[in-house]
Write a protein that binds this ligand. Sequence first.
Ligand SMILES: *Cc1c(COP(=O)(O)O)cnc(C)c1O
Length: 530
Amino acid sequence: MCKMVDHCGGNCFVLYYTTDRNDNCCGKRNERVCDMEILYKSTRGGGAAITASKAVLQGLAEDGGLFVPDAILPLDKTLDEFAAMSYQETAYEVMKLYLTDYTEEELKSCIARAYDSKFDTETIAPLVEAQDAFYLELFHGATIAFKDMALSILPHLMTTAARKNQITNDIVILTATSGDTGKAALAGFADVEGTKIIVFYPKNGVSPIQERQMVTQKGDNTFVVGIRGNFDDAQTGVKQIFSDAALKERLRQAGFQFSSANSINIGRLVPQIVYYVYSYAALLREGKISSGEKINVVVPTGNFGNILAAYYAKNMGLPIAKLICASNENKVLFDFFRSGTYDRNRDFVLTSSPSMDILISSNLERLIYQIAGKDAQVNASLMRQLGETGRYTITDTMKKELESFYGGYASEEETARRIRTLYKDTGYVLDTHTAVASAVYERYRKETGDERKTVIVSTASPFKFTRSVMDAILPGHDNADDFALADALSGIANRAVPAAVAEIRSAPVLHNNVCGKDEMAECVCRFLNV
Ligand SMILES: *Cc1c(COP(=O)(O)O)cnc(C)c1O
């Protein structure tokens, strides 16, 4: 199907996929754009371009790069049309642009199975207005953190992809988690036929509720391991297993192949674009903004997946002014946006927002590739420097491409204060990650005077990080266990304890594996019996 597109009327950042592949839209009008297959290639230039379903199956490119679509596509429905759509309808309109080798029927079926009664609200991702911002609550899924938004659909995208590509091997999902991905992936993949899932988490680097959620996971195809190391160690270990050719062959002979449920998988990234479009449309529908009015978004950031989806949404034509990237005390991204130098050589800080305790933000590579003018060689060279020296510096030209980003960070003290003051002023309770974003936003407003309508992405329920939240609001609970604290929080927040917390109270521990950070590959072999 072909249609006419007014290039210059849109956003010039949009990289239109045209037959002549000219990405510079200025001066070009009313060009004929055809629905073409979007292919995915590595940010480091290796290998051939592959279909979306193959990229979903493969996870990471063979050269260690990340798969990127060969174009960022413009939204092909108007904002007013989006304002009339349900979450599921929005998901289809956004995802069909990127997952072009899935049929309409396949995609709609994946969406219907993902965004159903597992979510405790029909709107899937509600917006709550509190003080000066709208909080986009992405924690209404099975594991009460935003990872559910993508991980409820990824297993369906993956099993559909396996069918489409005549894969007969069992797919082994290998995941490193800083706490939330692990449980959301386990919940998504448990007992999904033709799959196994192995989750590595830092043994002393997740909250007690996060750990309990994982080690009580049911399902014969699930395997949970604590490693003696931090999240970066877990992530590095998983990347090494992925690039181990001998191991890959051994698995193949036993009828297995690896894939990844980490946020590097494009099957995670694409579903995350949806809620930015959906929340803009919701503000429009409720008369909070006028059509085309630009908003800011604030994203509590760790691996850079969530905010990258916002960047894609902006470049697809969604009216977003600033992308405010909020870090905790592991402020490697804040320093990067300020100086143009990414430097992971620093102490790793354990904070009260553990899902953001990350020094290597994997998804940043996709942004680096984009601002390098999609030059895979430039990106590959920077990533090599990162691997060898732990740092790299981008050019001034690349830095200019980052103008729509604002980097900020919040200390532990500021994060706790933000939870306390917002609760005192409004009764609304933030989790620690969202509080980092809210504190950064407060400072941003003071510093810039920017009064635009703003969406703060709320990435977890306060019940997932109960102790830190209660310490911030009403300290002095040192002797209470986390479940007693959940009851106390329920009282003061005037919200019921979510089912996800209530049900692990008495659930038996089914996994108690611990291994060193250098033993991860052996651990995988043991579980798979190869
Ligand atoms: C994963 C996570 C984040 C960070 O998201 P990224 O996509 O890794 O930047 C923030 N908050 C919570 C609660 C999370 O689980």
